[in-house]
Write a protein that binds this ligand. Structure first.
Ligand code: NAP
Length: 264
């Protein structure tokens, strides 16, 4: 199926690994010109080289910290310079702040809000005028299921996620007349670095001693009984940015193997 986005210009934040890396790879295979952004210079440059080698597509890299407003401006300026503009923004860079209420620290919670809520919002603020002027734009926010179904262990991430879901829906309405579509994906557990970083806490929470047991127990909660793969998340993000998704906006797609049992 031709997704109809050959030649479009995309920024993928957190493109150095996991879901972002796979999303960038799939865009490149569709002929999209891509700028990946990430926090660690070596890592993002290495990812750029690997993506170029794998796909033969046009890919650039920029080192940014999404908690820093000036860095976000530099990222968008780099896209203007290297790609000539922006048609697609994948807001994906982020961490997970897990732990129960009593264990959470205000500073770390602020860090989570700065990275995901403000990081996503500030990037949107800078790319939207370009998208509106050309009457074509796609924004996908990578959020997370705990924003829809509160989980005491995911308290910190969940509060950020709920705010991001609200932002997605609200902006989809505001940007609709300009043909700028704003959607979200909500991953369940996906086998990435982030999962590995969270295993110690999760082992305690689930009262198990090995990562393997934690993986099994976490996956057991979804209908498919396994964790997601980064490419399965990327499939959906890329589709939401395609011409094939031209009538979809304000949606938040659960990509969790059936983990959430509610109706939205
Ligand atoms: N994996 C899951 O189970 C899961 C579940 C729900 C939601 N999510 C969301 O999915 C998104 C992608 O995560 P992933 O699972 O693919 O994990 P990942 O492989 O760790 O990817 C996250 C990427 O974001 C970058 N990043 C983090 N903080 C940043 C910052 N302040 N500025 C710039 N870049 C930053 C990281 O770069 P550096 O390594 O250089 O810092 C990394 O490349 C995240 O937003 C995460 O919250 C994941």
């Amino acid at each position: 199926m031709d997704l109809g986005i050959k030649g479009k210009r995309a920024i993928v934040t957190g493109g150095g690994s996991g879901i972002g890396f796979e999303t960038a790879r799939q865009f490149l295979e569709e002929g999209v010109r891509v700028l990946i952004a990430g926090r660690t210079l070596d890592k993002i440059n290495k990812a750029r080289d690997e993506l170029a080698k794998k796909t033969g597509g046009e890919v650039h890299a920029v080192q940014v910290d999404m908690r820093n407003e000036a860095d976000i401006k530099r990222m968008v300026d780099t896209a203007k310079e290297k790609l000539g503009g922006v048609d697609i923004l994948i807001n994906n860079a982020g961490t997970m702040y897990s732990g129960r209420f009593a264990a959470l620290k205000d500073d770390e919670l602020k860090n989570q809000f700065e990275t995901k809520l403000f990081g996503f919002m500030r990037a949107i603020r800078l790319v939207y005028p370009m998208m509106a002027a050309q009457k074509w734009g796609r924004i996908v926010n990578t959020i997370g299921g705990a924003g829809k179904e509160p989980d005491p262990y995911m308290f910190g991430s969940a509060m950020t996620n709920s705010a991001l879901l609200n932002m997605t829906k609200s902006l989809s309405e505001e940007f609709g007349p300009d043909n700028v579509l704003v959607n979200a994906i909500c991953p369940g557990w996906v086998a990435t670095n982030l999962w590995v970083q969270n295993t110690e806490g999760l082992k305690k929470e689930l009262n198990v001693t090995s990562e393997e047991e934690a993986r099994k127990l976490a996956a057991k909660k979804n209908s498919l009984g396994r964790m997601g793969k980064p490419e399965e998340l990327a499939n959906a993000s890329v589709f939401l940015c395609s011409e094939r998704a031209s009538y979809i906006t304000g949606v938040s797609l659960n990509l969790d193997g059936g983990r959430l049992k509610g109706l939205w």
